[in-house]
Design a protein around this ligand. Structure first.
Ligand code: NA7
Length: 544
C-alpha cells in the first residue's frame, strides 16, 4: 500500500478539502466534480485494488448489469458519451470495469485515489470543524468535508451457517469473487442464494460444473434480459440522441429513458392485458415491471395477475413439475423484492447436472468438511458459492466508525433505522455527505443518475458555502424528522414493504425493519431537493 502523501512532512496529518470514501461510480464522479470542476483538493480512499466498487468486487460468472448500458453510465461529459462504445444492451462486469477505468484515465483521476486502503473511522473534531479520517493501517488525514461513496450493495452478507469454517473445499462469495477467476470445471458445486447474483451465476456455473446444487430458501420472480449485441446503427442512433436520452433519465420515476404508461391493469380486458405482458416478456428486462401497467406496485390484484403470469411462464419452461412449482414465488408480490432479470435461469433446471434444493422446507443444518447437510440430506461438494446478498444501504456506512458532534456514533444515531435529510446529510454529523444514502431514491433509481444528482447537489452546496464564507453545514434535527416521516409516507402505498427483502433490511438478522430507499420517485425527490436549495438550503444550518 502506498503511504499517504504529506504536504507538510513532520507537521501532523495531511489536510485536504475533501475525503471521498470509495472509488466506484459515485467516488469517481465525486472526484471529477469536486477536483476537476470545482478545484478542491480531494483524496479518495478505496479498499479494492482497483477502481469500480460494485463492478470491481462482483466478478462472479454471469455478473451483468440489469440496466441498459447506454444509460447506465455517466452523462457529465459529452465527449465521454460519444467516444465510449458499449458492445451491447446489458454489459457484463468486465466491460463496466473497463469503462470505469477508462473514465479514471480520461479524467486523470488515479493520482488522487489511494487503492488497497480501507477507511476504518472518521471523527468530527468540533474545535477545528474538520473530519479526522483514520485508515485501517493507522494513518490519518484531515478534511473539511467527508463524502461517502461506499455503495448501497457493498457490505457482503456472510450467512451465519454452522460449520462454514470447517469446509475443506473452496468457498467463494459472489460479492468478493477472486480476480483470477474460479475453475469449477468437473467439480460438484453448491450455490446458496437465489437473488440477482445467484440467478445470474446459476446458468454459468451449471455449464462448467460436473454438478450444481442450487439451495433455494425463497423463490424469486425473474424476467428474461434478452441481451443483444449492438449493431453499428444502434450505436449511431444512441449517440445521435444522447442529450435527449440523458435528459429523460433525469425526469422519469426510475431514471430510465422511457416514459412510463399510465394504465391500470384491471381496467384493461384480460385478452389485451395478456397481449401487453406477452410483448413485454419478449422484449425482456426491467420494463416488464413498469412498461405495461402503472399500478403493479400499488394494486395487489394487479400484481397477483402479473405474478401468476410469470408463474405460468416458469411452469411452461421447467420440465419437472415439482421443480417448476418450487421455483414459483408465492410469498411476496412481484417487484416487492428487487426484481432480477436473467439469461437462461429457469431453463437451466432442465439440465441433468442441476438440482434445485428447497431449503425452506428442509433447512440447511450445517456445512461439514465435505459439503452441506440439510435436515434430511447430505450433499458432497467441492466448491461452495455464497450468493447471500448484502447488508444493504447502511452496512458499508456503519462498517466505518463514524462519530459526529459530541462523539455521537452513527451506529447509535441509526439504531432504530437510518435517519437522514434527503439521504444526503445526517443531523449531528456536520460536513458529512452520503452519496445515495438511505432516504434517497438510490437503488430504486438508475444508479448513475442518482449519483450524478447527488454529486451535483453536494457541489452546489459547497459552492454556496464558499460564496457565503461558511465552513460548516449540518442537517437540522426537525427537518430530518420531517424527511424521515415523508420517506415512510411515500412508501406506504407501495407493496415494497411487504416482502422480507434487503429494501427493508429484513435479510439481516436484528436489523430494524424500515423501507430504506425513497419510494416517491425521482421527480418528487428532485423537486424537494431543488425547493430546499432555492429556499437557501432550508433545513440545513450553516456556520462560519
Ligand atoms: P439478495 O437479493 O439479497 O439475495 C440473497 C439470497 O441469498 C436470497 O435468495 C436469500 O434468501 C439467500 N440467503 C441469504 N442467507 C441465506 C441462508 N442463510 N440460507 C439460505 N439462503 C440464504 O442478494 P444478491 O446479491 O443476489 O442481489 C443483491 C442485489 O445486487 C440485487 O438485488 C441487485 O440490485 C444487484 P431469502 O430470500 O433471504 O430467503
Amino acid at each position: 500500500m502506498a503511504g499517504l502523501r504529506s504536504d507538510h512532512p513532520g507537521s501532523g496529518p495531511r489536510q485536504v478539502d475533501v475525503v471521498v470514501v470509495g472509488a466506484g461510480f459515485a467516488g469517481l464522479c465525486a472526484l471529477h466534480k469536486l477536483r476537476n470542476v470545482m478545484g478542491l483538493s480531494v483524496q479518495v480512499f478505496e479498499a479494492g485494488d482497483g477502481v469500480g466498487g460494485t463492478w470491481f468486487w462482483n466478478r462472479y460468472p454471469g455478473a451483468r448489469c440489469d440496466s441498459e448500458s447506454f444509460y447506465y453510465c455517466y452523462s457529465f461529459s459529452d465527449e465521454l458519451a460519444q467516444e465510449w462504445e458499449w458492445t451491447g444492451k446489458y454489459p457484463e462486469q468486465p466491460e463496466i470495469e473497463r469503462y470505469l477505468n477508462h473514465v479514471a484515465d480520461r479524467f486523470d483521476l488515479h493520482r488522487d485515489i489511494q487503492l488497497g486502503t480501507r477507511v476504518s473511522a472518521a471523527r468530527f473534531d468540533e474545535s477545528s470543524g474538520r473530519w479526522e479520517v483514520e485508515l485501517e493501517a493507522g494513518e490519518r488525514v484531515v478534511a473539511q468535508y467527508l463524502v461517502t461513496a461506499v455503495g448501497c450493495l457493498s457490505a457482503a452478507n456472510v450467512p451465519d451457517i454452522a460449520g462454514l469454517d470447517s469446509f475443506a473445499g473452496e468457498v467463494y462469495l459472489t460479492a468478493k469473487w477472486p480476480r483470477e477467476g474460479v475453475d469449477v470445471m468437473g467439480k460438484r458445486v453448491g450455490l446458496i442464494g437465489t437473488g440477482s447474483s445467484g440467478i445470474q451465476a446459476t446458468p454459468r456455473l451449471a455449464a462448467d460444473a460436473a454438478h450444481l446444487s442450487v439451495f433455494q430458501r425463497t423463490p424469486n420472480f425473474t424476467i428474461p434480459a434478452r441481451h443483444q449485441a449492438f449493431l453499428a446503427e444502434d450505436q449511431a442512433a444512441i449517440k445521435g440522441n444522447y442529450s435527449a436520452i440523458f435528459e429523460l433519465t433525469r425526469q422519469t420515476a426510475g431514471g430510465f429513458p422511457y416514459l412510463s404508461i399510465d394504465r391500470q391493469t384491471m381496467d384493461v380486458p384480460v385478452e389485451e392485458r395478456l397481449q401487453v405482458l406477452d410483448a413485454l416478456w419478449e422484449e425482456g428486462g426491467f420494463k416488464f415491471l413498469w412498461g405495461g401497467f402503472s399500478d403493479l406496485l400499488r394494486d395487489p390484484a394487479a400484481n397477483e395477475f402479473v405474478s401468476e403470469y410469470i408463474r405460468q411462464k416458469i411452469r411452461a419452461t421447467v420440465n419437472d413439475p415439482e421443480t417448476a412449482e418450487l421455483l414459483c414465488p408465492n410469498d411476496h408480490p412481484y417487484g416487492s423484492k428487487r426484481p432480477p432479470i436473467d439469461t437462461d435461469y429457469y431453463v437451466t433446471f432442465n439440465r441433468d447436472n442441476v438440482r434445485l434444493v428447497d431449503v425452506r422446507s428442509h433447512p440447511i443444518e450445517e456445512i461439514t468438511p465435505t459439503g452441506l447437510r440439510t435436515d434430511d440430506e447430505v450433499f458432497d461438494l467441492d466448491v461452495l458459492v455464497l450468493a447471500t446478498g448484502f447488508d444493504a444501504m447502511t452496512g458499508a456506512l456503519l462498517n466505518i466508525d463514524i462519530r459526529g458532534v459530541g462523539g455521537l456514533r452513527l451506529a447509535d444515531a441509526w439504531k432504530d433505522g437510518p435517519r437522514t435529510l434527503l439521504g444526503l446529510q445526517v443531523a449531528g454529523f456536520p460536513n458529512l455527505f452520503t452519496i445515495t444514502g438511505p432516504g434517497s431514491p438510490s437503488v430504486l433509481l438508475n444508479m448513475p443518475v442518482a449519483i450524478e444528482q447527488h454529486v451535483d447537489w453536494i457541489g452546489e452546496l459547497i459552492d454556496h458555502m464558499r460564496e457565503h464564507g461558511m465552513a460548516r453545514v449540518e442537517a437540522v434535527e426537525a427537518a430530518q424528522d420531517a424527511w424521515v416521516e415523508h420517506v415512510a409516507e411515500v412508501s406506504k402505498d407501495s407493496l415494497m414493504g411487504r416482502a422480507n427483502s434487503w429494501y427493508v433490511g429484513a435479510n439481516i438478522p436484528g436489523k430494524p425493519r424500515v423501507v430504506t430507499p425513497y419510494a416517491g420517485g425521482q421527480p418528487l425527490y428532485r423537486e424537494r431537493c431543488e425547493a430546499i436549495k432555492n429556499a437557501g438550503y432550508e433545513g440545513f444550518v450553516f456556520s462560519a
